[in-house]
Each structure stands twice: as structure tokens, then as C-alpha cells.
Design a protein around this ligand. Structure first.
Ligand code: UFG
Length: 334
């Protein structure tokens, strides 16, 4: 299949490129490199890379036509929850308007299949655990709101233009590729696992634990950590499934089991063999106590199976990446 990946130089994007290339697909990446890393595509010489913004709609149409694109995987977005609260309009512009341009270009170029990078943040504070796709959706921040808005845009685009879509709602993406030198490198880094591993490397004095008074067994928040390569597999399966499926669909992508912040830190001590100092601080605004997915629908409909169901196995791959790239991709520049 000839596939266009937007945001393919980012964390989940580059791992999905690895999966698609390994399965013989012809991949074109567009990324404006505001958050993505050109070096993340270096291991894939067959990939055609274009530094382009989705807002350049006519260039996107031209690219889709000239490359004979058959399907799109759409990652390009701003994705920091805290920043979205500070700059909601920037999130609406980049995420919602960017996707509107992308979909308009797809309609013009007659590309009718899209796999969209959605998020557990569409649910907000969940009413039930595990979370089902049909659970109540009430985002508590502009980031989740824009992703839910895009899911709705896909729904209406299905009816009006015949665009077929799968929105994949990721829980907590973690880990790194086991054999290709790609991994997580955000600036600023806000996610728990890379920050814990930076503390293990001695790059930060301690890891701050945001809140120890939640109604969970050890008082810290519980999340469903899912390996980035398992996410990548789900994107490939969704693309293949959309060859015959019509309509707009959504799937949760998680392991279906939760780990607390303290459990993640303990497991990281074990995996790294290093001491990791902890500082207990106030809750971070907007953090739900527990987020755990039901992955049953993706299993049943897409035939999705995970290679990494064990937290320590996920952490081991992340640790190998951080230990070998303590400054992320900037290492590869020298
Ligand atoms: N945490 C800490 N200390 C830190 C960083 C995080 O204690 O320094 C805690 C958070 O409070 C949270 C857990 O670790 O309980 C995980 O936090 P992350 O920031 O790693 O991930 P989130 O669960 O906040 O965010 C993830 C995705 C978002 C998505 C969100 C859905 O990264 O894209 O789930 O709520 F929007």
C-alpha cells in the first residue's frame, strides 16, 4: 500500500513508519519538524520525506497525487495537555484546522482511508473502568477536546465524502523499538517514564510524584502503559482492515491493566539497577485517578495482539534507548 504518514518523524509516528516499512508498504512522510526529528527517519532510506505543514493544502493535494497515495496515517498534532490549557487557540488551529486541511486535500486527491491518532484524553474523568469505546466522553482539556472534535469531523466526512476512518485512542504510550535506533525524545519532556529514566541516569535529581492522596491502593495515579511498537502494529492492522470496512470507527489501544506511579518507579529501579530519588508533590491539575482501557474491540475487530504485556519488558526497551541516547536524537547529530 502507498501510505502517507503525517507527523511521521515523531515518537509514535516513527515507530509506525518502522512497522509499515517492515511489512513492505511504500511510505511517504510529511512533518513540519516542530516536534519531530529528521534523525528518527534515518534508519528508513526508502521513506520519502517532505518538510511540509498540513496547512499547505495545495501542496498536500499535489503530493498525494504524485505519490499515488492510497491511505493516510495522521499523527501530526500538538499533544501536550498542560500547554493546551495555556494556549487553547493554538491547539484548535494546529489540530482541528490542520486536520480540516488534510481531509480537504484527501477529498480533492480522492484518498478515502485514514487512521487517526486519538487519545484516552477524549474520555476525561472516566465513569467506568475499564474504559469502553462507548464510555462517556467529556474531555477536561483543549487537547482532548480537539482530538474528539477531529473524531466527529471524521464521522461527518464518512457520511458526506465516503472517507473511511479508524480513530485509535492511545492510553500511555511507552518504550522504544527493540532493534531500530528510535525512541522517545520530547522537548520539553513531561511524561512519567522518560523522566524516571532521566533520574536513573543522574540527569535529574529526583522524580516528582504528582499527588499521593488519590483513592488508589498506594495513593498515586494509575495508568495503562502500552508499548509503542504494539501501537504501531495496531495502525498497520487498522489500515489493512479499512481496505474493506466503511464508516468511521474508534478503538481503544491499551493493555487493559493499570500501574501506579509508584509501581512504575519501583519497576524502573529494578530494570535499571539504579537508585531513583522521589519527591512527593501536589497533584497535577486535570489528572484523572485511574485510566485503564478495555482493548477488547481492537482485539476482536482488528485481530490486535500485544508483544509487550509486562511493564518491566516495556521499561527495558525504554531504558536501552535512554541509556544509549541520553540526549535523545541530538546525539546522532555529532
Ligand atoms: N507523573 C508524575 N510525575 C511526573 C510526570 C507524570 O507523577 O513528573 C504522573 C502523572 O500525574 C500521571 C502519570 O504520571 O498520573 C502519567 O503521566 P504522563 O504525563 O506520563 O501521562 P498522562 O497520563 O498524563 O498522559 C497520557 C498521554 C496524553 C493523554 C493522556 C490522557 O501522554 O497524551 O494520557 O489523559 F492526553
Amino acid at each position: 500500500m502507498r501510505i502517507l504518514v503525517t507527523g511521521g518523524a515523531g515518537y509514535i509516528g516513527s515507530h509506525t513508519v518502522a512497522e509499515l516499512v517492515a511489512h513492505g508498504h511504500e511510505v511517504t512522510v510529511v512533518d513540519n519538524l516542530r516536534q519531530g526529528h529528521r534523525e528518527a527517519l534515518r534508519p528508513f532510506p526508502s521513506v520519502a520525506f517532505h518538510e511540509l505543514s498540513l496547512q499547505d493544502e495545495s501542496q498536500m493535494v499535489e503530493l498525494m497525487r504524485s505519490r499515488g497515495i492510497e491511505a493516510v496515517v495522521h499523527f501530526a498534532a500538538s499533544s501536550l495537555v498542560g500547554e493546551s490549557v495555556q494556549k487553547p487557540l493554538a491547539y484548535y488551529r494546529n489540530n482541528l484546522c490542520g486536520t480540516e486541511h488534510l481531509l480537504s486535500a484527501m477529498v480533492a486527491a480522492k484518498v478515502d482511508r485514514i487512521v487517526f491518532s486519538s487519545t484516552a484524553a477524549v474520555y476525561g474523568e472516566p465513569s467506568d473502568i475499564p474504559i469502553l469505546e462507548s464510555s462517556q466522553k467529556q474531555p477536561t482539556n483543549p487537547y482532548g477536546e480537539t482530538k474528539l472534535g477531529i473524531e466527529r469531523m471524521l464521522h461527518w466526512s464518512s457520511a458526506a465524502y465516503g472517507v473511511r476512518s479508524a480513530s485509535l485512542r492511545y492510553f500511555n504510550a511507552a518504550g522504544a523499538h527493540p532493534s531500530v535506533p528510535i525512541g522517545e525524545d520530547h522537548n520539553p519532556e513531561t511524561h512519567l517514564i522518560p523522566l524516571v529514566l532521566q533520574a536513573a541516569l543522574g540527569q535529574r535529581e529526583a522524580i516528582s510524584v504528582f499527588g499521593t492522596d488519590y483513592g488508589t491502593a498506594d495513593g498515586t495515579c494509575i495508568r495503562d502503559y502500552i508499548h509503542v511498537c504494539d501501537l504501531a502494529t495496531a495502525h498497520r492492522l487498522a489500515l489493512e482492515w479499512l481496505e474493506t470496512a466503511s464508516g468511521a470507527h474508534a478503538f481503544n489501544l491499551g493493555n487493559g491493566s493499570g500501574f501506579s506511579v509508584k509501581q512504575v518507579i519501583d519497576a524502573s529501579r529494578k530494570v535499571t539497577g539504579r537508585s531513583i530519588a522521589v519527591r512527593e508533590v501536589e497533584r497535577r491539575a486535570g489528572d484523572p485517578a485511574v485510566l485503564v482501557a478495555s482493548p477488547a474491540m481492537a482485539e476482536q475487530t482488528l485481530g490486535w495482539r500485544r508483544d509487550y504485556t509486562n511493564l518491566e519488558a516495556i521499561l527495558e526497551t525504554a531504558w536501552r534507548w535512554h541509556e544509549s541516547h541520553p540526549h535523545g536524537y541530538s546525539e546522532s547529530l555529532s
